[in-house]
Ligand binder design. Structure first.
Ligand code: MLT
Length: 318
């Protein structure tokens, strides 16, 4: 009898969708942000979460789990139940550089996740406390070279975007400043505003209001073109350091084994959010770059992560 029933289902094309996929989500979804509140990953996650919850009909609740350059939170997320109720915001650090920097990383960026989609590209700025005695990148580099043993650079932990990109910057300048670890660049910028740390390489979405208000000094943006959010900020090429070209990205992941139906629902909610005027304006005003078309698909993110892991492995081994 059972065989007949199953045959009938198949004949009628009822794919046996895993339990719960059809009416998913029926309760709030946890979104793990692997850094302290108030930093770029948190900012992007809260914008995406707010607009995704509108189309999903359930709250998306951000949980900040910081530590080890974001790998603590992502490890936790990779081990969560793959029922669609725990997702995570990864980025160029956690799903690109970390594998080369943590030999014992407890997750494989290419195997342990169900990619949902890219959320925003986040160009990198070199920023310093406003009292620093330099107004151009050239002056800052000269100051850094002359006082490197007295200067400190703040980042969000080994493997984070701020750590990885300022490793490149420090290498190009040829300096070894004191490097101070924070649980995110939200706290980094708080201390920079208080004059407690000297400089950082941080994602633009964390910096635009403070740079515009003159509370931080930004010397350059490490992308080929200027950002519409900070049109007066020169590129690193214009500022005399063409070799410093780096941009980060943030993307949503679910634990591996999350059903295709659930991933599709999450991806569709993200796609809708990134097409909504309110979300777009907030991301663009902060200098974020919104992926369009095919770049929003889960498949694209999977391919992109593989290429980023390979790229950063090469760059960081050097
Ligand atoms: C980083 O990788 O530097 C993080 O994105 C900082 C943060 O989000 O707090």
């Amino acid at each position: 009898m059972k065989k007949l029933f199953l045959a009938l289902c198949v004949a009628l094309g009822f794919a046996a969708a895993p339990a719960g996929a059809a009416d998913y989500p029926t309760r709030p979804i946890t979104l793990i942000v692997p850094f302290a509140a108030g930093g770029p990953t948190d900012i992007i996650a809260r914008i995406a979460g707010e607009y995704m919850s509108q189309s999903l009909g359930q709250q998306i609740v951000v949980e900040n789990i910081a530590g080890a350059g974001g790998t603590t939170g992502i490890t936790r997320g990779s081990q969560a139940k793959n029922d669609g109720y725990t997702i995570m915001m990864g980025h160029m650090g956690t799903h690109g550089a970390a594998k080369a920097l943590y030999p014992k990383l407890k997750y494989d960026p290419n195997k342990d996740f169900a990619p949902i989609g890219l959320v925003a590209g986040t160009p990198i700025l070199v920023v310093a406390r406003k009292t620093i005695k330099a107004n151009t990148l050239k002056d800052f580099v000269a100051l850094l070279k002359s006082r490197q043993d007295k200067m400190n650079e703040a980042h969000a932990g080994v493997g984070s975007v701020s750590f990885t990109t300022c490793s490149l910057f420090n290498g190009i300048v040829g300096v070894k400043p004191t490097r101070v670890t924070y649980r995110g660049t939200g706290p980094v910028i708080n201390d920079m505003l208080a004059g407690k740390v000297d400089y950082a390489c941080d994602q633009i979405v964390n910096l635009v209001p403070q740079v515009k208000a003159g509370n931080l000094k930004a010397f350059a943006i490490a992308t080929p073109k200027r950002s519409p959010a900070l049109p007066d900020l020169p590129t690193t090429t214009e500022a005399g350091m063409p070799e410093f070209q780096v941009s980060a990205w943030n993307a949503l992941f679910a634990p591996k084994g999350t059903s295709k139906e659930i991933v599709t629902k999450l991806n569709q909610a993200l796609d809708k959010a990134l097409s909504t005027e309110g979300a777009r304006k907030r991301i663009l005003d902060l200098g974020g770059v919104i992926p369009e078309g095919g770049d929003r698909s889960p498949e694209y993110l999977g391919t992109f992560v593989a290429s980023e892991v390979a790229r950063w492995n090469k760059v960081l081994k050097k």
